[in-house]
Design a protein around this ligand. Structure first.
Ligand code: GDP
Length: 619
């Protein structure tokens, strides 16, 4: 088991000391990338320069080696793990990536508590199974069943999870059944579930999603309890279910396996209390423990923006206790736990391990699956959130993140760039090749321009992928990306620069290479509409019966007409109508009629893109 000092102190310590007693590993620059006995050990992405220094291989040799492998990198570019590994192997170094473990990376902390401080904690249960086998009915029927009379009453609120008292022991149920949520959490590195209850309908048997659920539970290493549901149905055949499950390595206790099987009817309530007792039994076997007297660490189950109360999140405390007034870092933001309620709207002062609570006071809406950690002081939470934000920005630009023209400008000014990678798309192959030749001709002794690909056609997903993987930006000449590709580019931090006059494109590039680019006015896309019908009206001209597919259409705005991703006309939106009336704007999802000033050759399937020129800051 990975060991670190986080919180592994004596259990009689005051909470305030716990965090400050954290003993982070050395964070010096030389410490995160160094050679140790022939092994290159690193804990953060490194640049070519840093790798070069550590393994004592000249940077140009590394760049050349990677180039021959099809990767174009610059000396100050952060390398991905594959490239680092390949370079190390090429120069006879072994390599190892170490996880940096400190408060800033609290997701990676595996808390090693003093055994004496550990207390039993409730199991967290997710219900999975095939559609219509009764997951929702089971979750609801458990929620509404009264096993113990003393159980808290009151009107429940749906916070994504709830706790059930079973003979003095608690069970935490995650409300969202099915493996989609479970897997989404896991793909984000969060594992909240201790036990999966696999619901199989007795009258239907093992079905495709039953098998998927088994795979997901096994992949996550989470034990399964089988609930054979719909036992009230005439066609119920539990024996068949048990045998079918056996074929998939889910072996019931009665067949010598370790899987507890309970026969239930979520509808009539039959067998539910047995199921709950079996969950408690399984939890005891798993010896689930946590240390309630430490600051909380856990996962966001769900979150939304509440109109009156601001960001509202359901947090599952996984270790420690969350207290009203604690400062919590979630994702890259932090906030104060202003109010904490349980599923019965009762206000809590403290919530121990495995407790789901609805929390108000965060500064933004986190995502489900985000990890959180509580801190005693605002200053500390703020500092850590800021560091995480910075790290995220670097990570999203680092490695293979693409280069933007303003980055390029700054890098040139700092004398830090040697290669510029570009993807060129143009309205014809001849233009694309001409641009490629002219751009590459701009290479100087210190800066090489590489056009990775130059072809005709609309800017596509693939162009964005190529640019993103090779730290390039895209030049589009008389072609456009559609809204989907544009979004993909944004997600991948790929800059798309669009031009319609060759010398302007080349001028811009030349200035960028001299570090002198000034981008003042930029284009802001308003939206796109698809032409679905053509109406020719003698005095008006051609009207395009259109459907706004993204953003909006705005009367009088600049527009360009795209056919198969190629710009065939640029002009101004003539008239814009909703039914018979003139409209100032027509939004996404609505139909409209439009004309383009001085242009009549519109065709069905054409795309009209509206845009405005705005100051760069406003873009
Ligand atoms: P889910 O898709 O797995 O969440 O399934 P639901 O809980 O929505 O249930 C699907 C259908 O099966 C609904 O019509 C339920 O009323 C019914 N159902 C669920 N459990 C039982 C049960 O134990 N017995 C019977 N007869 N019907 C059930």
């Amino acid at each position: 088991m990975k060991k670190n000092n986080y919180g592994s102190k004596k259990n009689n310590q005051k909470p305030q000391q716990r965090v400050s007693n954290f003993d982070p590993r050395p964070k010096g620059k030389e410490e995160y990338a160094k050679v140790n006995g022939g092994v290159f050990v690193y804990s953060k992405p490194v640049t070519v320069a840093e790798l070069s220094k550590a393994i004592n291989v000249p940077a140009p040799a590394i760049i050349k080696f990677l180039f021959l492998q099809g990767k174009l990198v610059t000396i100050n570019q952060l390398l991905d793990d594959d490239s680092i590994g390949n370079v190390c192997l090429e120069y006879d170094y072994d390599f190892k990536k170490e996880k940096l473990v400190d408060e800033e990376h609290f997701e990676d902390i595996e808390i090693v508590d003093d055994p004496a401080s550990l207390k039993e904690r409730p199991p967290v249960v997710t219900v999975m199974g095939h559609v219509d086998h009764g997951k929702t009915t089971l979750i609801d029927s458990i929620r509404n069943s009264r096993i113990v009379d003393t159980e808290a009453g009151g009107i429940s609120q749906n916070i994504g999870a709830y706790q059930k008292d079973v003979g003095g022991k608690k069970i935490t149920f995650i409300d969202t059944p099915g493996h989609a949520a479970f897997t989404a959490m896991r793909s984000r590195g969060a594992s909240v579930t201790d036990i999966v209850v696999l619901v199989v309908a007795a009258d239907d048997g093992v079905m495709p999603q039953t098998l998927e659920a088994i795979d997901h539970a096994k992949a996550a290493g989470v034990p399964i309890i089988v609930a054979i549901n719909k036992m009230d149905m005439p066609g119920a055949n539990p024996r068949k279910v048990i045998e079918e499950l056996m074929a998939h390595d889910v072996i019931a206790e009665e067949y010598g396996g370790d899987v507890i099987v309970t026969k239930i009817s979520a509808k009539t309530g039959q067998g539910i209390s047995d199921l709950l007792e079996n969950i408690v039994l399984k939890a005891e076997m798993l010896e689930l423990k946590a240390n309630p007297s430490r600051y909380a660490i856990g996962t966001v189950l769900e979150a939304q923006l509440d109109k009156g109360e601001g960001p509202k999140a359901t947090l599952l405390v996984q270790n420690g206790s969350l207290n009203a007034g604690d400062y919590v870092v979630v994702g890259e933001t932090y906030g104060k736990v202003r109010r904490m309620t349980n599923e019965y709207r009762a206000v809590l002062k403290t919530a121990g391990p495995s407790t789901p609570v609805s929390v108000i006071g965060l500064s933004s809406v986190p995502s489900a699956g985000d990890r959180f950690m509580a801190f005693p002081e605002e200053r500390q939470a703020k500092e850590i959130a800021e560091k995480r934000k910075e790290a995220k920005t670097i990570a999203s630009r680092g490695g293979s993140a693409a280069l933007s023209l303003s980055d390029l400008n700054a890098l040139v000014n700092a004398g830090k760039i040697q290669d510029i990678n570009i993807v060129v798309k143009a309205d014809s192959d001849g233009t694309a090749q001409a641009l490629k030749a002219n751009l590459e001709k701009m290479s100087t002794d210190s800066i090489k321009v590489h056009v990775l690909s130059a072809s005709a056609g609309a800017i596509s997903d693939n162009d964005v992928l190529l640019a993103s993987a090779s730290g390039a930006f895209i030049y589009g000449f008389n072609v456009r990306p559609d809204a989907r590709v544009r979004q993909k580019a944004e997600e991948n931090h790929v800059e798309i620069r669009l031009h319609k006059i060759i010398y302007e494109l080349l001028d811009e590039m030349e200035l960028a290479m001299k570090g002198m680019v000034k981008v003042e006015k930029v284009e802001k896309i308003l939206g796109q509409a698809e032409i679905r019908h053509i109406y020719k009206i003698s005095k008006v001209g051609t009207i395009g019966g259109s459907y706004v597919t993204s953003g909006l259409m705005k009367a009088g705005s600049k527009v360009r007409l795209l056919r198969n991703g190629v710009v065939i006309y640029e002009g101004t939106l003539g008239s814009l109508k909703r039914f018979k009336d003139d409209a100032k704007e027509v939004k996404e999802g609505y139909e409209c009629g439009l004309t383009i000033d001085g242009y009549n050759d519109i065709k069905e399937g054409d795309i009209v893109e509206g845009y405005e020129m705005v100051d760069k800051e406003a873009a």
